[in-house]
Design a protein around this ligand. Structure first.
Ligand code: DX5
Ligand code: ZN
Length: 227
């Protein structure tokens, strides 16, 4: 599995999403990560289905939608309709995550399972056959720009548990060229980064995004190759 970089548009210019998405893709983003927050499961509010649908025509790679909402099930159809390729729900968002993952696949999307920092790898054990991706949170969800919580041991354990299943391990929160290598070496292959991609750049100086993406990719890929 090669390393994929998924910039989070939570750190983009909120008045200019179309151009921001086109800029990060032109500068080497593999996926576009969209953080949906409800002000209830997490203490912040971002995008609903109409906003996500408006992003869709600008995304030519993969639209990776991270739901930080509870409940999830009533909104699965709306995010499918909005054009999500991957829809990730939190294990902590309700009592029936197994049903939620089935419903996401049933709606034609890839299913992701996100784990908060306090949730052990073992909580995912009976869900792995229903997942295309496990998202290991390395911050408490809700905001960009928080400091990294080291979940390297959890990633290593999950990669063992996943075995030969085709399941991505995605890391979300505080990813930069300093934190990415240990996670890639432990078995993560998708790195979400908000601040570390958008920092210092803009749609008028998109080459900064390109340099930021390349720096994370280089640090992670060499650690992965050496592991
Ligand atoms: C946090 C979000 C992240 C966030 C990452 O709740 O899920 O995707 O945008 O931002 P950085 O990379 O700035 O920690
Ligand atoms: Zn996210």
């Amino acid at each position: 599995m090669t390393i994929k970089i998924a910039p989070s548009i939570l750190s983009a210019d909120f008045a200019n999403f179309g151009a921001e998405i086109r800029a990060i893709e032109a500068q080497g983003a593999d996926w576009v990560h969209v953080d949906v927050m409800d002000g209830h499961f997490v203490p912040n509010l971002t995008f609903g289905p109409p906003a996500v649908k408006a992003f869709r025509p600008h995304v030519t790679t993969v639209m990776d939608v991270h739901l930080m909402i509870a409940p999830v099930d009533p909104y699965i159809g709306a995010y499918a309709e909005a054009g999500a390729d991957i829809l990730t729900a939190h294990l902590e968002a309700g009592p029936h995550i197994h049903r939620t993952l089935q419903a996401i696949r049933g709606a034609g999307m890839k299913a992701g399972l996100a784990l908060n920092p306090g949730t052990p790898a073992e909580a995912a054990e009976h869900l792995l056959d229903l997942c295309d991706l496990v998202c290991v949170m390395t911050v408490n969800p809700g905001f960009g720009g928080q400091s990294f919580l080291d979940m390297t041991a959890k990633v290593r354990r999950l990669r063992q548990m996943i075995g030969d299943r085709p399941v991505h391990i995605e890391i979300d929160g505080g990813v930069d060229p300093g934190t990415a290598p240990r996670l890639a070496a432990a078995g993560a292959d998708v790195l979400v980064a908000g601040s570390a991609v958008f920092r210092g750049g803009s749609v008028d100086s998109p080459e900064v995004y390109g340099r930021n993406i390349a720096a994370i990719r280089a640090a992670a890929s060499s650690a992965r190759a050496a592991a």
